[in-house]
Design a protein around this ligand. Sequence first.
Ligand SMILES: [Zn+2]
Length: 71
Amino acid sequence: MRFGEKRTAVQSAQQFICKKCRVLVNVQTFEQTSDGVYFSRCPQCKAKNAVVRTGATPSQPGILPVIRLLD
Ligand SMILES: [Zn+2]
């Protein structure tokens, strides 16, 4: 897992670990499905990772738990 590498690169962002390819991703944008599930797209494998919204803004650092993959 390439964890430390990216954590030092961007410190002021929310991140998640892609459930499909296990890469640490910096959240660019949140999207929302029609039934209200928030997800963020993995830039590497394009998987839609449903994440827990903690209430923090994207500029507040933290790693978001991924609930599941959407399709
Ligand atoms: Zn991925």
